[in-house]
Design a protein around this ligand. Sequence first.
Ligand code: ATP
Ligand code: MN
Length: 143
Amino acid sequence: MFTRILYPTDFSDVAQKALKYIEHLKYAGAQEVIILHVIDIRSLELLVWDPENFKTIENDLRQGAMKKAVFVRKHLETKGFTVKARIETGIPASKILRAEKEENVSVIVLGSHGRSNLKEMFLGSVSERVIRNAKAPILVVKR
Ligand code: ATP
Ligand code: MN
């Protein structure tokens, strides 16, 4: 029931907190974790005015994200999971929902909030869109 876990992360504290829950899903039969980080193309476009620089900055962000993802991957591997890391560029919620389909996941584990973590928001916009549209069951870890 929980064999393949999709773990979308923005590497925020709340997303990090979700890791503990993933580890415990091992006792419920979880075997594989797909770590997914999406470089938000909208903030990238705001950040980069010069299209020449776009690829360079995207690559820098990708390298940075890969380092963090490898760290998470190694941690999960020591806990006995098979792990795959995906770094993509696009709209986070759309990429997460696409990965859900492509990877045929059994459960999605994510944080209720992420980097912006506004106090008055009940959910972040990414978690809200994913919860609304995903087919798989979702474990939402609160801040
Ligand atoms: P908002 O981004 O709407 O201002 P927020 O940052 O507080 O609000 P979300 O972005 O919805 O909250 O984050 C909720 C969870 O969604 C995170 O804990 C993480 O699991 C996942 N998530 C958010 N952004 C990304 C991303 N770029 N790539 C992968 N997963 C993400
Ligand atoms: Mn966010």
